[in-house]
Design a binder for this molecule. Sequence first.
Ligand code: TRP
Length: 449
Amino acid sequence: MEKKVSFGSKFGTIAVVAGSCIGLGNIWRFPYLAGNNGGSAFIIIYILCSLTIAIPIMMSEFVIGRSTGKNAFGAFKVLTPKKRWCLVGLFGILTSFFIFGFYSVVAGWGISFIQTAFTEGFTGRSPAIIHSNFINYINTGWKPTIAALIFIFLTSSIVIGGIERGIERINKVLMPMLAFIIIGLFIYSTSLPGFKEGMDFLLKPDFSKINIGTFLAAIGQSFFSMSLGMGCMVTYGAYIKKETSLPSLALTIGVADLSVAILAGFAIFPGVFTFGIEPTSGPTLVFETLPLVFSMMPGGNIFGIFFFILVFIAAITSSVSMIEPICLFIIQELKTSRVKAVLIISVFVAILSVFCAYSQVEGSSIRIFGQNLFDFLNNTTDKFMLPFGALLIIIFVGWFADKELVRNQITNNGHSFNKGFKIYYTFVRFIIPVVLSLFVLNLLGIIKW
Ligand code: TRP
């Protein structure tokens, strides 16, 4: 079994946690959700959800992890004699596994697109060709599968290296690169004729577009984007040093995550408007619409190469944070070595992602409840499993964990954030559980707006 490990430095801590949060959620999901939900109106609600709901939940997950130094399952065992709470941890571990299943497939698309950008490029392709290329690619089944398997292999090789020498070391290199690329792409976008229209779409709110669905989409997305509700931050919390202030870490990460999502929107929509493409094209926005934009814009191939490298970096730093919770669970609870744990996980995850990739082939029979496996996992995890997991975690911290233990973690034994604690605790005990319960009841169809 591994001895107690922690992140090496403050920058390393921020890079790792931000690496988990900033991912396909920011670059693939956020732009299409904003596009489908009225642009800026969605963004305002999203910012509100992130600050008032997601950040306190992130702090709470850190509390559970840091106070125990345990994996998401074991942490509950330490904090309460009531056995049932451990199930929350198990549920989270199952959620990680499900998310990884479809995430690795999308990340694999990213790898294939880097290859396309380098070999054939996008210039001069007609919309029909771009569309049919993507569909043909998915329908081969084996191409996305190989790409996903390569991605799983790369992720596992990082996690095998451990926290400081694997995950932290890679994140410290990749996260600054990611920031550099996204700022570069944004600057380039400002030179496109559609820049103003893109800005208006993202900045001028049209409140008539807001309805309850907007709120639901915003909350789900803020959990997905900040890696909450499945114990990922419990696990990373176990590695946070005791001197680190949890509120300021969570705030830094929240702001960084929001900024990248919004920058990604700014980098994407000017091109979309410049070339008269519908901003509401959904999950294929990044993989179908953008290549079209790249095919028409000057320097599109170079933009494309950098963009898909960005997608890949964002994806891999997040995917390590899906494997690590399962890995720490296996290491601590089943008392195995890290290498063995990672190998076991890789095999299971690879099987799931092969099924996911093949479930998208036209006419495939790999379906659950009327959806193909990929859509099923993508929809159930963020619409149900994450909010439900987050609700249980927040109720645990607000009502079942020892108040003094929570206070000591949040204020670092009274050294900082003493005034903020009361507000935090009120949110954790009352406001967030009520909001999330409504959300979950609505999803279960028990209440309808
Ligand atoms: N936050 C990541 C993204 O935006 C995805 C992710 C990583 C995640 N770890 C997670 C989502 C844990 C939910 C739970 O792409």
